[in-house]
Design a protein around this ligand. Structure first.
Ligand code: C5P
Length: 228
């Protein structure tokens, strides 16, 4: 079946405090974050079809950063989930096609993790997501930032991207979440709300999501270490 890549890139990235969205800030080689992320996706899946979600007021995007021959852009929505739903509605996919959703802000994704996640997404009926077991002790804070209690970290994972599902399941999950106004911050949470359990695929710790200003230098260092 066909593989599709949905890359939500319509966020404002306000936590970066920069003059443009974080996906357009330069990383290694002065290429923007978006170009690095798309290059790594293309290397792993050269024949995939790409759907890129961009803000309607995006002044920074350039198609020269898109290495795919088969791609389309769609308008972003107000939340990440709305951006992904716009992509799912715009693309001419078959129910059984595999759709991988990957944050544009995760340029350090490796070929090994991409292949492992794609394999799990194609194999597991409820789909799959890259994830990482929690290493730190987890605290539940009260409103004054006092540590009220410690949450057992057994069985707790960080959810990363990509996350991959069959097209029909992902579309039904996100449409249901929007209809019921369920709070979903990733695709897997919408699938879980249907009573399905996606497979957790243990991913690398260096699959950083660029969020804060310091993360750019960190991402550049990670990419340099991966190339070595
Ligand atoms: O802001 P945050 O890093 O959590 O966003 C995760 C991803 O979702 C980013 O790739 C961002 O560009 C994207 N996004 C989007 N549409 C929105 C909000 C976020 O495509 N409305």
């Amino acid at each position: 079946s066909q593989t599709w890549l949905v890359v939500p890139a319509a966020g404002q990235g306000r936590r970066m405090g920069a003059d443009k969205p974080k996906q357009y800030l330069p990383l290694a080689d002065q290429q923007p974050v978006l170009a690095h992320t798309l290059a790594r996706l293309h290397r792993a899946f050269p024949n995939a079809r790409l759907v890129l979600c961009l803000d309607v007021d995006d002044h920074w995007f350039s198609p020269r950063w898109v290495p795919f021959t088969d791609w389309q852009r769609v308008a972003g929505g107000s939340e990440r989930m709305d951006s992904v739903l716009n992509a799912l509605h715009a693309m001419a996919a078959q129910d059984g096609d595999v759709v991988l959703v990957h944050d544009v802000a995760r340029p350090c994704i490796t070929q090994g993790d991409l292949q492992a996640l794609h394999h799990a997404a194609a194999t597991h009926p409820a789909g799959a997501l890259l994830a990482m077991p929690v290493a730190d002790t987890m605290k539940r804070a009260d409103k004054n930032c006092l540590s009220a209690r410690t949450e057992p970290r057994d069985g707790l994972w960080h959810a990363l991207t990509p996350q991959g599902f069959r097209y029909a399941l992902l579309r039904r999950a996100l449409e249901t979440a929007r209809q019921l106004q369920t709070l979903v911050t990733d695709e897997a949470s919408a699938v879980e709300a249907l009573g399905e359990s996606p497979q957790l695929v243990s991913g690398r710790r260096d699959n950083l999501k660029i969020t804060h200003p310091d993360d750019l230098a960190l991402a550049a260092a990670i990419m340099a270490s991966q190339a070595a």
